[in-house]
Ligand binder design. Structure first.
Ligand code: PLP
Ligand SMILES: N[C@@H](CCOP(=O)(O)O)C(=O)O
Length: 544
């Protein structure tokens, strides 16, 4: 790709601006995109320029928070957040992590390293971005509300969808914060008992858990419908905590650089500048997209490997160039049979042992599609404005087709080839997940959570193709969050005891604590009325 202004070097000192993947919204500030979350045309925000971090090698000895300051400063102008303030936000965000390295890297065997991203308050990788986003919201609100009282204060109504981890991480990042109400929608009965307890045992007055009769995709659709609804948007300021919010992706870029340097220190055969493969258990495509940005900023990445469970829309895209909710001749087309013990629902989502990735439509894939469409547009040799407009139009057309007919593609050959240049993909079944958890416990005494096991199983396959290239496999959750799957894999293995070896003290007894949760129908208008009524009550309470 050329170093055109959208994809190349941000000129020094010029503040970063943001645009929507669907082309209607552009020239927005960082604060605007963080507070708005989703663009008014339904698209996702992306930076106008991916900064070229030519100085990245000089970051090699920085601590995680100091490295975060360098990376984030390339996307947030000091005219928007002065550097000292940004440092304060970052330091507060990572002071809650239990590991001194924030995101430690473990050598598993051969050229395989595991990046442990679960040392934050809720034991999943989401904490890395959501501790930051919670403090960022607070910073913007305090600044907006200086000297204001009562109804004049800017109040943020956060609505988020979760398959278990985003919800608790968002709740822990925002509980008790002034001028914020939080509504988290989870699919009733489809999150693990610990995940459910992590969310529903938080009793702060500004936190509201809604159990939706439906799937994670239904919850995500409700959230997107609320953002698109003029009625609720005319009375409330909605805020997003899902990875549709650009700040989520931004904060995650840091650990790609950090783990690269950790690996270079641990591996004497490796020189800074050599290439690495990152393998990422993937659902909504947010985590791996951060790796794509790191790569585009200059980090030497051999490939980013998308690791899906049996909800494999992304794996099928990389194999066929088609992005379709249902495979043309998949098990559902043949009568909805369960494969490998996995329950397939009418809506096409399968209930797997890695439930946080039971997602049919990956929100952030839209952001990658924009960059692929932009690159394709460049071949017409027009100007940058034209390329951006073309990319926006192409993405809008694909997404429209996805909505109307459940899929699109095959995409143009060049678009598919460009996707394959940076990414590979693997699909890991439930039985392979169980086998992987078992194998690593027996080989190394290490207990993987099922999502991380999907990544490790994919890593082992990738290593067979990639020769000596080191692999960093992202471990996205602590195994204690998924007791059912871990127990299924290890209950008969010698020396395994969940309570003694896996369960951290912070999670002991959680499930028997008092809970607060409301059941709601799978109907966005019902959710809208509930949110409006609750926020009104909170605003009235705050005014007295
Ligand atoms: C434990 C875990 N692993 C992996 C994922 C997938 O991450 P992403 O949605 O960013 O692809 C999620 C949730 O999204 C998760 O909670
Ligand atoms: N796996 C996620 C699903 C939501 O994804 P997000 O990264 O877009 O917030 C979860 O655990 O909630």
């Amino acid at each position: 790709m050329s170093n055109g202004s959208t994809n190349g070097t941000a000129s020094a000192g010029s503040p970063q601006r943001y645009l929507s993947t669907r082309g209607d919204d552009y020239d927005l500030s960082f604060e605007e995109v963080v507070l708005k979350g989703l663009a008014s045309d339904g698209g996702l925000y992306i930076p106008e320029q991916i900064p070229d971090a030519s100085q990245w090698q000089s970051w090699k000895d920085l601590s995680f928070p100091d490295l975060a300051l360098e990376v984030l400063s390339l996307y947030i102008s000091p005219t928007e957040i002065p550097r000292e303030d940004l440092k304060g936000i970052i330091d507060r965000s990572y002071s809650t992590f239990r590991a001194p390295e924030t995101t430690p890297l473990k050598h598993l065997h051969d050229n395989l390293y595991l990046l442990e991203l679960f040392h934050g308050p809720t034991f999943a990788f989401k904490d890395v971005a959501l501790q930051f986003l919670g403090n960022l919201f607070e910073y913007f609100l305090v600044r907006k509300n200086v000297g204001k009282t009562g109804r004049d204060r800017h109040h943020l109504s956060v609505v988020g969808a979760t398959s278990g981890d985003t919800g608790s991480a968002a709740i822990y990042g925002l509980r008790g914060k002034k001028d914020v109400s939080v509504f988290i929608l989870h699919p009733k009965g489809r999150v693990s008992p610990i995940q459910e307890a992590q969310m529903t045992t938080v009793l702060d007055a500004n936190v509201h858990n809604l159990a939706v009769t439906g799937t994670f995709d239904d919850c995500q659709d409700i959230v997107k419908a609320l953002f698109a609804d003029p009625d609720i948007n005319s009375t409330l300021n909605l805020g997003a905590v899902n990875s549709i919010n650009w700040a989520r992706i931004l904060a995650q870029i840091v650990y790609y650089f950090h783990s690269y340097f950790s690996m270079a220190k641990a591996n004497s055969d490796f020189k800074v500048g050599d290439k690495v493969r990152y393998v990422v258990p993937t659902g909504n495509f947010g985590d791996i997209l951060a790796g794509y940005f790191a790569h585009r900023m200059g980090l030497p990445v051999d490939k980013l490997v998308v690791a899906t469970n049996e909800n494999d829309i992304l794996d099928r895209f990389w194999k066929t160039g088609k992005y379709e909710k249902q495979p043309a001749h998949g098990p559902e087309a043949q009568g909805g049979l369960a494969v490998d013990g996995v329950k397939a629902h009418e809506d096409g989502v399968k209930e797997t042992l890695s439930p946080a990735m039971d997602i049919l439509v990956s929100s952030n894939f839209e952001r990658l599609l924009w960059f692929l469409a932009y690159e394709f547009a460049e071949s017409a040799k027009m100007d940058d404005e034209w390329n951006k407009r073309q990319a926006g139009q192409e993405v809008s057309a694909w997404l429209k087709q996805l909505k109307s007919s459940g899929g699109f593609g095959p995409v143009y050959k060049d678009v598919h080839e460009a996707a394959k240049r940076d990414f590979e993909s693997e699909r890991v079944s439930d039985s392979q997940t169980v086998e992987t958890i078992k194998a690593y416990f027996n080989k190394l005494g290490y207990v993987l959570d099922p999502h991380s096991a999907v990544g490790v199983a994919a890593s082992v396959r990738s290593m067979e193709r990639a020769g000596q290239v080191p692999h960093i496999s992202l471990s996205t959750a602590h195994p204690a969050k998924f007791a059912g799957a871990v127990d299924l894999a290890l209950k008969d293995e010698q020396g395994f005891n969940f309570e003694e070896n896996v369960l951290p003290p912070e999670l002991v007894g959680l499930e028997s604590k008092e809970k607060r949760v409301s059941d709601v129908d799978n109907d966005w208008k019902v959710v809208r009325e509930l949110v409006k009524k609750q926020v009104e009550e909170e605003l009235q309470g705050a005014a007295h």
